[in-house]
Design a protein. Sequence first.
Length: 172
Amino acid sequence: MCSILDIDLDFFNLHDNPGQRLDDLLQWAKRPPDLIVEKHHKVLRHWDRLIKKFNLPQPTYILHVDEHHDMMDEKKTPNIGNVMCHAMRKWPMCRVHWLVDEAIDSPEMWLSDDAWSLVAPRFSMGSKRPRREWPRPDIVSVCTSPEFVSLPLQELLMERIRQFGARASVAK
């Protein structure tokens, strides 16, 4: 079993206390981020690298902390709007929980009926992380999404990540 905590900083745009919310996630994870990227779809190849480096099995859980579900199309090439589709296609046993306080839409409206029927049983969403069976992460990734996050908020959150002991630098 392998679990990934995938945090996009745009998740914190609407929070009254974004620094505390990020701290809560990292404290639950009990580990600093292993990876920081600017564009969300870049995590895919880095997750592969970290899975090999840590000698982990294929991911079975991804806690996707994001303002967006990132399942907006079925294109063959990964992009910022479809990274979760690619993860779920690559790892057919992987469950994804989209941690979101107020969902702006649903992946069901973006995906074909066939694509949705393949991922829907493994996809959930809500404002709280699943408690019972959801394991702490083996990998923590952060996406800075500079086009969706104001510079002051990004600086605040990145400072919190540094204080937590992040050893990761922004990967290309």
